[in-house]
Design a protein around this ligand. Structure first.
Ligand code: XMP
Length: 510
């Protein structure tokens, strides 16, 4: 399997670079520049290296630098943005500040004939984001592209297979960005393009068969896509020696607990224990209205329940977690095991004794995890499940949580989700659900007056959930959902739609 190293100098698009490479079926891994030495790079057998962008100027004392010897290591390199400037600087060229005339955004690019620009027209649009620029290339390099303000928008030293672009080929605004990355991977580095997330999962399964033969592995299954796919990989490898514990805190969506149980136990034959702990959770949540307190109680109780179950199983060799690649990169911890911050598993390693943590998905991006899930036969509802908070409906019921309120919310939420799923919206929201407010208001049904809760509907469109826009759902869909909720759910007499974006509002209400 060919491997590309994305040497991370702190740029904002680093994950995107790795994903673009993997999209071409070449495996890419990201390593911070200060966590991998030149000798390690040489011994890893990388087919090529990509220097990422970075926030600083190469002349800054504190900015990221690397051993110059990398240029002569015999490994092809593509420098991007700061990575391009660094390459120029390391080779003995000159980088200068453009003062107030840096380039930001879409920029007209002119390229010269070169292997990096195969199938790229002479004139196209690229995405620029820089203030410093390469004012003189190093010896052995030549300029192969320019823009109006940037005399060296790309350069190369063909003999050493060193290439650099000032613009960002990884972002979609660069018209021929994908082509340029493809040219680097296949024409320059000679990659084959035989990597695939599902083959990769197959290899992990084979590895686990040997590694965990005759050993027990424990996994907290939540029904989210990550823990579900991790469970299936391990199940394929070690069968009944994978023990899954599914803690049902009673705050799941309508029928969700049964669905998860049936899928894993009946469809896949997974060794699954479902703990119906809703009474315990409800008891501890009695009278609690403060959101953070709710979260804390649920987190603590979850660990307690899980611990009790784990004790029944006896010694387990490994604890499995559904950590995925972005969690690993973001934590910046490289190779050491990272404890996922999700409250459901966050505290487990402290209370359960085991010999190791294993993370079957730690090298996969979310979309790759989904692909593996599909390959393993996971139902679409689970593969494409929208995010659901660990504390569940507790953070969607404002005020005290009672059995009655949970039931009302489950019903209203199921109706809203069904209506969205039925509608053929061009752009489906990325997350959509109902909230039960603690406001009651008067209504009328037939001749009788009612006094019921107000449900709020929430739908957001987002790329990363850090920021989100409220989704413009057509009135007809809202009307249908509202009509059905107020008619079918006795106890809810009014429905409102949340038109707040994040920031300043959050996605969840609590
Ligand atoms: P907020 O409300 O912070 O939500 O804008 C952003 C995303 O995170 C999810 N979320 C949680 N997920 N445990 C989780 O596992 C939590 O306590 C939690 N709180 C919010 C939320 O559903 C949204 O997708």
């Amino acid at each position: 399997m060919d491997k590309i190293l994305v040497l991370d100098f702190g740029g904002q698009y680093n994950q995107l670079i790795a994903r673009r490479v993997r999209e071409k079926h070449v495996y890419a891994e990201i390593k911070p520049y200060d966590r991998i030495s030149l000798s390690e790079i040489k011994s890893e057998g990388y087919k090529g290296i990509i220097f990422t962008g970075g926030p600083n100027s190469v002349y800054d004392e504190t900015s990221a630098h690397y051993d110059k010897g990398i240029l002569d290591a015999g490994i092809p390199i593509l420098g991007i943005c700061y990575g391009a400037q660094l390459m120029a600087y390391m080779g003995g060229g000159k980088v200068e500040s453009a003062g107030n005339s840096g380039e930001y955004g879409k920029t007209a690019l002119t390229v010269r004939e070169n292997i990096l620009f195969e199938n790229v027209p002479e004139n196209s649009i690229c995405w620029m984001s820089h203030n410093d620029y390469i004012s003189a290339v190093a010896q052995d390099f030549r300029i192969i592209a320019s823009t109006e303000k940037c005399p060296c928008a790309a350069m190369c030293d063909e003999k050493r297979k060193l290439y650099a672009v000032q613009f960002h080929p990884e972002v979609t605004h660069t018209e021929y960005g994908k082509q340029i990355i493809e040219n680097f991977l296949f024409s320059v580095c000679g990659c084959v393009g035989d990597w695939d997330a599902s083959d990769y999962a197959q290899k992990v399964i084979e590895k686990y068969k040997e590694k965990f033969a005759g050993k027990k592995v424990l996994l907290a299954l939540s029904g989210g896509v990550d823990s579900s796919v991790a469970a299936l990989i391990l199940h394929k490898a070690i069968g009944q020696n994978l023990v899954c514990v599914f803690v049902d805190h009673g705050l799941l969506r309508k029928d969700e607990g049964d669905f998860v149980e049936n899928t894993f136990r009946k469809k896949f034959g997974v060794n699954l224990t479902r703990v119906n702990a809703s009474e315990r959770f409800l008891k501890r949540l009695e009278g609690v209205t403060e959101p953070e307190r709710k979260r804390k109680i649920i987190g603590e109780e979850f660990i307690r329940v899980f611990e009790e179950e784990a004790k029944k199983i006896g010694h387990v060799h490994a604890l499995a977690q559904g950590t995925i690649y972005p969690d690993v990169i973001e934590s910046g911890k490289g190779d050491s095991a990272v404890i996922k911050s999700h409250h459901n598993v966050g505290g487990l390693p402290d209370v359960i004794s085991f010999d190791e943590i294993t993370e079957p998905l730690r090298e996969l991006f979310k979309d790759e995890v989904r692909r593996v899930g599909e390959m393993l036969g996971l139902p679409k509802e689970l593969v494409y499940r929208q995010p659901f908070p660990g504390p569940g409906l507790a953070v969607r019921i404002i005020g005290e949580i009672t059995k009655e309120k949970i039931k009302l919310l489950q019903e209203a939420d199921a109706i809203f989700r069904e209506e969205i799923e039925k509608s053929d919206l061009e752009n489906k929201p990325d997350q959509y659900f109902a909230v039960l407010t603690d406001t009651k208001s008067v209504g009328v049904m037939g001749d009788a007056g009612t006094y019921g809760y107000t449900a709020a509907l929430r739908a957001v469109s987002t790329d990363d959930f850090m920021t989100a826009e409220w989704t413009r759902i057509p009135y007809e869909v809202l009307e249908k959902a509202s009509g059905r909720i107020t008619n079918e759910v006795r106890g809810i007499s009014r429905v409102v739609y949340d038109i707040s974006s994040k920031p300043p509002a959050t996605v969840e209400w609590e």
